[in-house]
Every structure is written in C-alpha cells, then in structure tokens.
Ligand binder design. Structure first.
Ligand SMILES: [Zn+2]
Length: 122
C-alpha cells in the first residue's frame, strides 16, 4: 500500500503499489463518475433534440420537394409557371378571344372562360 493524494480534494488515500491510475480518493472518484454519466446523458438528450429538429426540417423539405415534383410536367416546366405566363399575356389573350369579337361564338365563350378560370386560380 502507498499513500497518494487526491487530485481533486488533496486528501490522502491508500492505493496498491500498481494502482497508478488511482488519482482520486474514493468519494471524489464516485462524484466524478456520476458527473461523467450525467454529462453523457445530457449529451444524448441534446443530440436527440438536434436529430428530432433535423428530421422535422427534412420532412418539411421532403414535402416541399414532393409538391414541386407534382408541379413538374414531362417537358420539365412547372405548371405553376404557366398561369403566371398566361397572367402576363392575359389582356392580349382576352382581347383576341373575347366572345364580343366573335359574335358570341361558343368556342370564344369556352376559351375566354377557361382563360379567366386559369388566371383566377393562379
Ligand atoms: Zn478527493
């Protein structure tokens, strides 16, 4: 047995000759072990919180991407771009197809009402 001095509290304690790893008295060693476990579990909690937040972000991103894919057409343009382009040319298009200019032709009525609903829903 040899007398050693605790690195935390400075109190003397007894250790076997080969126990060079013993640097703390038994009460400081227990205290340090508890703190280590506590630190580990709070690390896990904050890691878990970060992961939950990350999963939530990824779910939102995934939903947005799914929605975007839903808007994609075969030629790669977005359907949502079409109404905005229609909207930009709305006055010209309605000028060209207005039923008044075509003696109330059913085709003009159909096209004008389609155009109106597309632009309204854009
Ligand atoms: Zn101690």
């Amino acid at each position: 047995m040899m007398k050693k001095y605790c690195i935390d509290c400075g109190r003397g304690f007894w250790a076997e000759r080969g126990e060079t790893w013993k640097v703390r008295c038994i009460s400081c060693w227990k205290q340090q072990k508890e703190q280590k476990q506590h630190a580990n579990s709070s690390d896990h909690e904050s890691m878990l919180r970060a992961l939950i937040a990350k999963v939530r972000d990824l779910q939102i991103e995934n939903n947005n991407l799914r929605t975007e894919i839903g808007f994609m057409t075969a030629n790669g343009t977005r359907q949502s771009d079409i109404p905005s382009k229609l909207k930009a040319k709305y006055r010209d298009l309605i000028f060209l197809c207005h039923p008044d200019k075509h003696d109330g032709h059913p085709k003009a009525v159909e096209v004008a009402s389609w155009l109106n609903s597309e632009v309204r829903n854009a």
